[in-house]
Design a protein around this ligand. Structure first.
Ligand SMILES: Cc1cc2nc3c(=O)[nH]c(=O)nc-3n(C[C@H](O)[C@H](O)[C@H](O)COP(=O)(O)OP(=O)(O)OC[C@H]3O[C@@H](n4cnc5c(N)ncnc54)[C@H](O)[C@@H]3O)c2cc1C
Length: 368
């Protein structure tokens, strides 16, 4: 069997689904997503806690409080000013305001604070499926349980994608394969830098009345090295920046639960940040892959030496929030030849050229 498509997207995670959505929004119906398992079965399905607590979390606009120590004061001021220049409702606040926003927050040790009003959190699985559903309504074809096993080329141009059951003739292929992107790269002899780490998140359950409301802002706490937010009745989700898992990771089999050591450590840190949660009971959590590049930023753009091959991978733990704009930019790259924002700083070539991106925050490589 064979078919033809204008664009074949390899990977039905949130990036692939967002790209398909944006292509179809612009009237391009001949788009095929090939997904080796099911939609959001990779990283995109691991951003949610639904399987732990139950229910569908969806988008909650709760705002976000930052608190930093002296070494990150300048970075916070810089980023707040940058956001304001682009119309983001964000601003510096004082410790009292931070404590008013997050009742019970221990601000000791922090020297600068910011509050971002429109921030919130959402469900990676639900968002992926929503993008994909709209793409399908716009004419896209989504082939689940369909791995891409090869990519055909012809005189330096992409010519087709091979699956176990068919050949899809196409002149444009997007590699949106998340932690498997390097394997897809090798199908056309391209070595893509990609390092897998484990991201662990813990859920701490705190019995009422010590709980705090669901619309309490999330906190990025640089004093204790944590981010946390309330989730459901009487639960707090807490994550810590560094990777506790030190073994070799394989995208086809990795721990899906946080280690006891991780849970114990983040519980202690959370108790320092929010003393009112100190009596909380850890309820487990979940873990997933951080698909990291050498500078913890994604690779977006064309692949060198092969016309029609587009790269969209390596979101390094922040791909959920970037997926809406990434999908739009990749769709523009395909349809207009250049996106409306300059994506050259995210090119594949930056690694060889030594133009790695740097975070302004001293100890957090993934915070811009
Ligand atoms: C625990 C955890 C917490 C996170 N928290 C946040 C957060 O707070 N904020 C944030 O912005 N981001 C967060 N992230 C990161 C975010 O989830 C990822 O960056 C994002 O989901 C990556 O999406 P993707 O589409 O690139 O990859 P994936 O979702 O992994 O999708 C890739 C897809 O490609 C498919 N595939 C691979 N190879 C093939 C092939 N040969 N043929 C067909 N299909 C193939 C896979 O099956 C997979 O479904 C978190 C991630 C984890 C694990």
């Amino acid at each position: 069997m064979s078919r033809t498509a204008d664009v074949v997207i390899i990977g039905g995670g949130i990036q692939g689904a967002s790209i398909a959505y944006h292509l179809t929004q612009r009237g391009h119906r001949h788009v095929v997503i090939v997904e080796k398992e099911t939609l959001a079965s990779g990283c995109s399905g691991r951003t949610t806690f639904d399987e732990v607590v139950g229910g569908h979390s969806g988008w909650v606009q709760c705002g976000l409080v930052y608190m930093v120590t002296e070494k990150d004061r300048e970075a916070l001021h810089h980023n707040v000013a940058l956001g304001q220049r682009h119309g983001v409702p964000t601003g510096l606040v004082d410790a009292e305001e931070a404590r008013r926003r997050v009742p019970g927050l221990n601000t000791e040790g922090a020297v600068a604070f910011a509050f971002e009003e429109n921030a919130g959190y959402g469900d990676g699985y639900g968002s992926t499926v929503a993008f994909a559903r709209r793409a399908r309504e716009g004419g896209a074809t989504i082939l689940q349980n369909t791995p891409a096993t090869g990519i055909e080329t012809d005189h330096g141009h992409v010519a087709g994608v091979i699956t176990p059951t068919e050949r899809i003739a196409t002149r444009t292929v997007v590699n949106a394969a998340g932690p498997w992107a390097d394997r897809v790269g090798r199908m056309v002899g391209l070595e893509l830098p990609l390092k897998l780490e484990l991201i662990e998140e813990a859920v701490i359950r705190v019995q009422a009345p010590d709980t705090y409301p669901i619309d309490t802002p999330s906190v990025y706490d640089f004093v204790n090295g944590l981010s946390f937010r309330p989730e459901g009745t009487g639960h707090t989700v807490v994550a810590e920046g560094s990777s506790y898992f030190k073994g070799a990771l394989d995208a086809d089999g990795y721990p899906t639960q946080p280690s006891d050591r991780y849970i114990e450590d983040v519980s202690m840190r959370l108790a320092r940040a929010m003393p009112r949660l100190a009596d909380g009971t850890p309820r487990g959590g979940w873990a997933g892959l951080l698909e990291g590049t050498p500078d913890f930023h994604p690779v977006l753009g064309t692949a060198p030496g092969l016309e029609g091959m587009i790269l969209c991978y390596g979101f390094s733990g922040h791909g959920f929030k970037e997926a809406p704009v990434t999908g739009r930019l990749i769709a523009e790259l395909i349809l207009d030849g250049r996106p409306s924002l300059d994506i050259t700083p995210l090119s594949y070539e930056r690694f060889a050229a030594g133009r790695l991106l740097r975070s302004l925050y001293k100890d957090d490589p993934i915070m811009a």
